[in-house]
Write a protein that binds this ligand. Sequence first.
Ligand SMILES: *Cc1c(COP(=O)(O)O)cnc(C)c1O
Length: 356
Amino acid sequence: MEISITQALPAELKQKPDENALGFGAYFSDHMFVMRYNDGKWHSPAISKYGEFSLDPAAMVLHYGQAIFEGLKAYRGKDNKTYLFRPKENLARLNRSAQRMCMPELDIELVYKGISTLLGIDRDWVPSAPGATLYIRPTMVACEAGLGVRPAKEYLFFTILSPVGAYYPEGFNPVKIFVTDKYVRAVRGGVGEAKTAGNYAASIMAAVEAQSQGFTQVLWLDACDRQSVEEVGTMNIFFVIDDEIITPPLNGSILPGITRESVIQLCRDQGRTVTERAITIDEVFQANDEGRLQEVFGTGTAASISPVGSLFHKDRECCINHCNTGPLSQQLFDDLQAIQYGYKEDPYGWVSCLGD
Ligand SMILES: *Cc1c(COP(=O)(O)O)cnc(C)c1O
């Protein structure tokens, strides 16, 4: 399928924001990639000027929430080239989310071509400031007008680009995390493994309550036993106990993170022991009481590695590594960054270079 391209006129191009004050998700580039689905097929892939959509008030996404998305980043290397990290893994996961939500799958090669062409056109939007990146947000929503709960017959797919600042402008900052046993995020058999909008809507109240008490994020526990650790906000979680690196298994209610999988591989290749197994919050606190809990960190595209300084559960606080960043968190952050920015040879074939 040919991707049509209509570029914005030079006078319509936006002023670029200050690269040192980008924050997250506040600015959007000049163009977007859009595709539509009806009569059982995707058609009309097009790159055009970034702009509004018109949606019927009965568009099914607005009522029943058939909406899925992805998040990945474009990195500017020292050679000025643009790098992507495992982009086809994100597109494969988008298709798995689509399956779970009874939405149509996409042709991964076509979407990859659309996104890389879009990145070529908006290449000046990939920031050069240290740690800053261009966040890529592929999204699919049900746009058929109609009430009644069933899979829609019409969909809109689009990808927008947002320059985002360094997650740690002043160096690593270990986060304080609230472990909730009042709210739950997902349950086996539900949609926790899908990157679908409703999961995030459902998580907001717990996050707001935690933030009002001075915590950065919420750690979710298993919805049934309220003991087994699941994940944090938009990150998977790892614990280091007696030199063993432990992360909860992909049990159906956890989002299968690409950073998670990459970290497991990096650690194993460095000769470290990684175990995917259930771990309860009581085990974590007990290991800390006994001085065996060495590090806790989250993994996700936004922060890459996020060291956890303390966990708060049932009126008890567990301060990890004196609330400082541990050596493994730092090492993994450096290793991932070196691969993502093309500073170091990538032995895994994880990185795609988009040229100039
Ligand atoms: C996106 C996401 C992650 C992290 O996935 P990555 O592929 O590593 O970015 C973890 N948990 C949730 C709930 C997420 O939405």
